[in-house]
Write a protein that binds this ligand. Structure first.
Ligand code: M6R
Length: 613
């Protein structure tokens, strides 16, 4: 939440910073602001609303001659999304500008102290205290030193960037529990909440650790801990370029990312099967012995990633016979869960920065459980703090609504489950090969769904005036139903719920009234018992007047008579069906939101990366 950019170099700082903000806007779009150091002065401009408002304001002003700057795009926590609360925030003397991502939990006490000492605070934010604390601390020491002193007094989560007129060639950054990466250029250097902030300029990055301060000049990068000791960091090369984070002719990033799913799934499978047909997941960094010793798996995740975990449970328990629990990361550590050294905790997160998931990871490690991250963003905090990681290779996901990350998370979960089966000897080699062969056909099956998606778009447009849509599924179709409902809520702002079809008669069926659209995900014939049961469920809701939208496999004629609209997907093994059945639901939500005139990529009140609890 909140996007942060910093720049020091030879280029016009304002241009670099605003272009960086454009790439980070998906992290928050309540307001945007910039500060540059020009001719010994801080020049600051900020506006409530999307970045375009700031751009319009800047367009009317002369370009300040500045080669050092910081910029911020906000997801509001403390203080309404107004011009006044937009970042950057300044000190009393107008010499310092500060931007922040996170929440400073002890800001009220700090603010009271500052006001008592005569500081005049002008916003309702927690952030502004940092500017005034820096004002006090910089009397006599460098901005870097002052930042370290201030950070030691702060509680909560923060990424901070600051500039000071006294040292105009310097940007200082700090991080605790919120993301910040360094981009290493030639004669210029960058800071960003993630690499997309500077990917147009450099693909060489440095991962910052917890509680570190970075002093960035055009030809030097100094990184220390909060006590000023040189810090350990990791350099890495970003394996995608700026074009991967462009819309590429699509109306929305979401549509582009949906279309990229066949490739993302293929890339996530790539290189993970050895010449002998055995899975090779060395990068996981967990020993085979640890995996053999594991007697319970707990999956923690949020939102869409949580849904991928719910599906993974079916595969893990079916293929490995290890008990598997799936838990919302935000609930996990507060209920005193039972974890031992032999528990494997799998943390699933696209961004690798979700605070709830990160806190669950830390809690699990404190209990001495082993933690495996399934993550899409290289070098992010969750994999860094886990015992091992399996990266998905979805490429950058910019739309707030997660699509290709979800499908690749599923693939990674299937791989982990199969690998556990291989290491523990509970699956025969040919069984694993069979599933891998099936998985390798999935990119073309997903493509098939995409190629025949037209009727789903028409259907979505025809339902734009509806107020509520229900989604039903059984087995792995149940989490798919939940995912379909989540997409519709976050994009179309409609009431939508995903239910286990078997639960219908225990309450939710009371919601069904004539004309209510109900989407039903039908499992393949391979699971005849659940298949036939859901066909009965369709008849039950139809008898009560529901408008049935049925997603069923090619060749399944048993549902034709009960479907007001029939959406066909390719026949695949039941456990893998979510890889194809989710796709029409993504397109459905995207199209419906667009028909209602919503901003598909930046839905209201949301941000891509949820870095506060
Ligand atoms: O980055 P993460 O995978 O940890 O994010 C988790 C959720 O915030 C995320 O999946 C969210 O639910 C999506 N916006 C849903 O489309």
């Amino acid at each position: 939440m909140c996007g942060i950019v910093g720049y020091v170099g030879d280029q016009q700082a304002l241009d670099v910073v605003v272009a960086g903000l454009a790439r980070l806007e998906y992290r928050g779009y309540d307001s945007a602001g910039v500060a540059v150091v020009a001719d010994g002065e801080i020049v600051m401009e900020k506006r409530a609303g999307k970045l375009i408002n700031l751009r319009d304001a800047l367009a009317g002003l002369p370009q300040p001659p500045a080669t050092v700057g910081i910029g911020h795009t906000r997801w509001a926590t403390h203080g309404a999304p107004t011009d006044r609360n937009a970042h950057p925030h300044g000190d009393c003397k107008g010499q310092i500008a500060v931007i922040h991502n996170g929440i400073i939990e002890n800001f009220a006490a700090l603010r009271a102290e500052l006001e008592e000492r005569g500081h005049e605070l002008r916003s309702d934010t927690d952030t502004e205290v940092v500017a005034h604390l820096l004002e006090e601390e910089t009397a006599g020491v460098t901005l870097g030193e002052a930042m370290r002193n201030v950070c030691r007094r702060l509680e909560g989560a923060f990424t901070l960037l600051a500039v000071h007129t006294a040292d105009p060639g310097l940007v200082v950054g700090a991080r605790r529990n919120s993301p910040l990466v360094v981009g290493r250029g030639v004669g210029e250097n960058f800071l960003g909440s993630d690499v997309s902030a500077f990917i147009a300029h450099t693909r060489e990055a440095i991962e910052l650790g917890q509680d570190q301060v970075v002093e960035l000049r055009r030809d030097s990068i100094t990184i220390t801990d909060f006590d000023g000791r040189p810090a350990k960091t990791r350099d890495y090369h970003v394996d995608w370029d700026a074009s991967a984070a462009e819309k590429d002719g699509y109306e929305y990033f979401m549509l582009k990312e949906i279309a990229e799913q066949p490739r993302a799934v293929a890339d996530t499978l790539l290189g993970r099967v050895g010449a002998d047909g055995r899975l090779v997941l060395d990068e996981m960094r967990l020993s085979d012995q640890d995996l053999r010793d594991c007697d319970k798996i707990v999956i923690v995740a949020c939102g869409t990633a949580f849904h991928s975990g719910l599906i993974a449970k079916y595969a893990i328990e079916h293929w490995t016979r290890i008990p598997c629990e799936v838990e919302l990361a935000s609930e996990f550590r507060y209920r005193d869960p039972i974890l031992t050294r032999d528990t494997l905790v799998i943390a699933i997160s696209q961004s690798g920065e979700t605070m709830d998931t990160l806190m669950a990871v830390r809690y699990a490690r404190e209990q001495r459980a082993k933690v495996l991250a399934i993550c899409n963003v290289n070098g992010s905090t969750i994999p860094r703090e886990s015992d091992g990681v399996l990266y998905t290779h979805a490429g950058p996901e910019v739309a707030v609504a997660s699509t290709k990350a979800f499908l690749t998370q599923l693939v990674a979960c299937y791989l982990v489950a199969l690998y556990l089966g291989q290491v523990r000897g509970v699956l025969f080699g040919d069984e694993i090969e069979d599933v891998i062969e099936q998985l390798e056909t999935m990119p073309s099956k997903i493509q098939e769904v995409l190629t025949t998606i037209g009727p789903v778009r028409d259907l979505a447009r025809s339902l734009a005036a509806e107020r509520c849509v229900l989604f039903l599924g059984r087995h792995v179709g149940f989490p798919v139903a939940m995912e379909g409902a989540l997409k519709l809520k976050e994009l179309a702002y409609m009431h939508a719920e995903g239910f286990a079809a078997g639960e219908l008669k225990h309450g939710p069926i009371a919601l069904v009234e004539p004309g209510l659209p109900v989407v039903v995900v039908v499992p393949g014939h391979g699971r005849k018992v659940i298949h036939d049961k859901i066909v009965s469920n369709i008849q039950e809701i139809r008898a009560r007047g529901a408008k049935t939208i049925v997603i069923a496999e090619e060749g399944d004629d048993s549902v034709t008579a009960y479907a007001d609209t029939l959406i066909r997907i390719p026949a695949v093994p039941t456990l893998l069906q979510p890889l194809v059945s989710t796709v029409p639901l993504q397109v459905f939500a995207c199209e419906l939101a667009s028909a209602k005139g919503h901003d598909v990529d930046q839905p209201r009140n949301l941000a891509k990366s949820v870095t506060v609890e």
